[in-house]
Design a protein around this ligand. Structure first.
Ligand code: TA6
Length: 301
């Protein structure tokens, strides 16, 4: 009797390039290894956990304390936040950042093209989701592992009513020392400072991290560059179909308060999240499909 993973490997594996494996926690994952890049995408949460273009160290960050289990979020990589972001406005007991990152997704396709290997995963509304959310949807995550990491989150409203959805590619990036990192591309952009009573401020110059940082930049469609002098690289985070960018680092106290985040791990990571959240939730007409893309590249400094 073939295991699920063996069956998936038979159906989607590509000899020498793509293998469906048992990842951490025994969760099924698609491992991609080409001459240009390596990557790992879990069916759990449609979760990209690793991406390493040729000649570079790992670009995504994952906590050593992360959970790897059905029903639990992964701490790191690229959590898909949907259909809400942060706490659910009308139900504090609901899971933070929605529920799709907690559940197994369907592996739909794996293809190899010039720009890399594309893994397509999907999840859709059902009786379980309707208990938490009225919307009818199909959410497809098209992940291309190549010289760039390209993630296209495609949302179709399969219901008869228009619906507003919050969505985020909540990407965790590895840095050598967050205290020595600069983010450019947000100069002059307004942001909600969640560490200062959600006051609205304007970004002056590059973003530097000197304390717990949790900011929702609004009305921005621009590219953010993470300048990491100690790794001598720039991580370039471009996007389409998104008007918000979140920048987050938990710093000392918040790291200690999270069971799935090592107390000493915070200097090694920063989140730059491509999203549509809060008042900028994306409105989708019945039958419409909308797409949000995060495109990550690495340039030597
Ligand atoms: O994206 C920033 C944020 O909303 C922070 O407020 C913090 O809660 C972070 O997400 C992590 O959320 P999580 O539910 O994954 O612990």
């Amino acid at each position: 009797m073939m295991s699920t993973i063996e069956m998936l490997n038979t159906k989607f594996g590509i000899a020498g390039v793509v293998q469906v494996v048992a990842g951490l926690g025994g969760l099924a994952a698609v491992r991609v290894e080409t001459g240009e890049a390596q990557g790992l995408v879990y069916l759990h949460g449609g979760h990209v956990a690793e991406w390493r273009p040729k000649g570079q160290d790992e670009v995504l960050w994952v906590s050593q304390k992360s959970y790897w289990a059905d029903g639990k979020p992964v701490r790191g990589g690229v959590p898909v936040c949907f259909p809400w972001f942060g706490p659910k406005a009308d139900d504090k007991a609901a899971p933070g950042h929605g529920f799709v990152r907690l559940m197994p997704w369907t592996l739909e396709a794996v293809t190899q093209e010039d720009e890399g290997v594309t893994v397509v995963l999907s999840t859709k509304s059902d009786d379980q989701t309707r208990k938490q959310w009225p919307g009818e949807y199909v959410l497809r995550h098209r992940v291309t592992i190549g010289r760039e990491l390209v993630m296209s989150l495609e949302l179709t409203n399969t219901g008869r009513e228009a619906m507003a959805y919050q969505e985020a590619l909540h990407t965790y990036f590895t840095v050598a020392d967050v205290k020595r990192v600069k983010l450019t591309g947000l100069e002059g952009v307004k942001y909600v400072d969640k560490m200062d009573g959600s006051k609205v401020k304007t970004q002056e110059g590059a973003v530097t991290i000197t304390a717990e940082t949790d900011r929702v930049y609004v009305g921005t469609t621009g590219t953010v560059t993470i300048e990491d002098p100690d790794k001598m690289r720039r991580i370039v985070v471009a996007k389409e179909g998104s008007t918000n960018t979140v920048v987050w680092n938990p710093w000392v106290a918040k790291s200690k308060a999270m069971a799935d985040f090592g107390d000493e791990e915070w200097p090694g990571m920063i989140c730059v999240e491509t999203c549509n959240v809060g008042a900028d939730a994306v409105k989708v007409a019945a039958g419409e499909t909308v797409k949000m893309v995060q495109r990550v590249g690495v340039v030597r400094m």
